[in-house]
Design a protein around this ligand. Structure first.
Ligand code: NDP
Ligand SMILES: CCCCC/C=C\CC(=O)/C=C/C=C/C=C\[C@@H](O)CCCC(=O)O
Length: 328
């Protein structure tokens, strides 16, 4: 018999998440039926969406939502022999039983590429960067692209894909270490938004002509300032609004209308799952770029399933450089 440990939402988050909002529970899993597969999680992901989505899609007592790379440890399903790796959306849990539906096989994974990247650059965050840039920003060679939360899972891939596409890339991040990392992976300009005196001046210095594209991961006041630095007919991909996820009172303007009208901007929000039908095609391209060394990947790995709440809170505080991963 296998005992599964799971982190559950004890109490809905109010403001910044607290350790006491989450509870570790242990259950004995039943015997497998025909068609069933028993998995153990090898790597788990913590992502910003878990904060707003927990309020919308979860009730107290549920296992925290999330995805993992998992390995088959027992199987009564020929599609998933013992030792097979998959990406699953089974939440914050060490073990789970599946009937094989809604899993993504990791069949021919190159030996020198960590499987944890299937939760990052070669997974949902990488796809977010890819589709946000190509489908929303519609980048063209010569564009100047600005990205926020630039040293994170999505942002670091945004910058590197934009460079592959022949763009000039400017990144903002919350520490000098992150800024140094951005320059190391090929960003043309980068600055620490927490320490520059004036965000407006920093944006102007990084690109005196303004910005063709803005990949917005943070929302809030910063994005209001960016609107006025866009070039005429600029394109804005509204990907995330992490600066407001823990707010108890919604942030207020300035509002978008005046710069939108005056600069004739295009602004569109998106959720990466819109392109699920093109997922495999895009993942192949992302994997190829990683194998060829055109995209560098950094991971912020926390060891130990017990530390998952701390890793989640650390992500929301900006402690991660690259993709935040939990190694069980
Ligand atoms: N629309 C979609 O389909 C998807 C949207 N997203 C969104 O993309 C964004 C980035 O996600 P992801 O790459 O996974 O996460 P990251 O790896 O970038 O981690 C989050 C980062 O956000 C930054 N941050 C935290 N608080 C604030 C704040 N108050 N103001 C500004 N920045 C802050 C921190 O970096 P720093 O130190 O630089 O402040 C932190 O490291 C999120 O908003 C997320 O919700 C992600 C996936 C899919
Ligand atoms: C209350 C307003 C909510 C604002 C939107 C918040 C966050 C945007 C965001 O972060 C979106 C994330 C989208 C996630 C998409 C897929 C997940 O279900 C996990 C998929 C895991 C995988 O396939 O690898």
């Amino acid at each position: 018999m296998v005992r599964a440990k799971s982190w559950t939402l004890k109490k809905h988050f109010e403001g910044f998440p607290k350790t006491s909002d989450l509870e570790l529970k242990e259950v004995e899993l039943p015997k497998l039926k025909d068609g069933d597969v028993l998995f153990e999680s090898v790597f788990l992901s913590v992502d910003p969406y878990m904060r707003p989505y927990s309020r919308i899609y979860m009730k107290e007592g549920d296992i925290m939502i999330g995805s993992q790379v998992a390995r088959v440890v027992e199987s009564k399903n020929p599609t998933y022999p013992v030792g097979t790796y998959v990406v699953a959306n089974s939440g914050w849990t060490t073990h789970f039983i599946s009937d094989g539906k809604d899993l993504r096989l990791l069949p021919s994974w190159p030996e020198n590429i960590p499987r944890s990247l299937a939760l990052g650059t070669i997974g949902m965050p990488g796809l977010t960067a890819y589709f946000g840039l190509f489908e929303i920003c519609k980048i063209r060679a010569g564009d100047t692209v600005l990205v926020t939360a630039a040293a994170g899972a999505v942002g670091s891939v945004v910058g590197q894909i934009a460079k592959i596409g022949g763009c000039k890339v400017v990144g903002c991040a919350g520490s000098d270490k992150k800024v140094a990392y951005l320059k190391q992976i090929g960003f043309d300009e980068a600055f620490n938004y927490k320490t520059v005196g004036s965000l407006e001046e920093a944006l102007k210095k990084a690109s005196p002509d303004g910005y063709d594209c803005y990949f917005d991961n943070v929302g809030g006041e910063f994005s209001s300032i960016v609107l006025n630095q866009m070039k005429k007919f600029g394109r804005i991909a509204v990907c995330g609004a992490i600066s407001g996820y823990n707010d108890t009172v919604p942030q207020k303007g300035p509002y978008v209308q005046i710069p939108m009208i005056f600069k004739e901007l295009y602004m569109e929000g998106f959720i990466v799952s819109r392109w699920n039908d093109r997922r495999e095609e895009a993942l192949k391209i992302l994997l190829r770029w990683v194998v060829e060394g055109k995209i560098k990947c950094e991971e912020h790995v926390t060891e130990g399933f017990e530390k998952m709440p701390a890793a989640f809170m650390g992500l929301l505080k900006g402690e991660n450089l690259g993709k935040a991963i939990i190694k069980v």
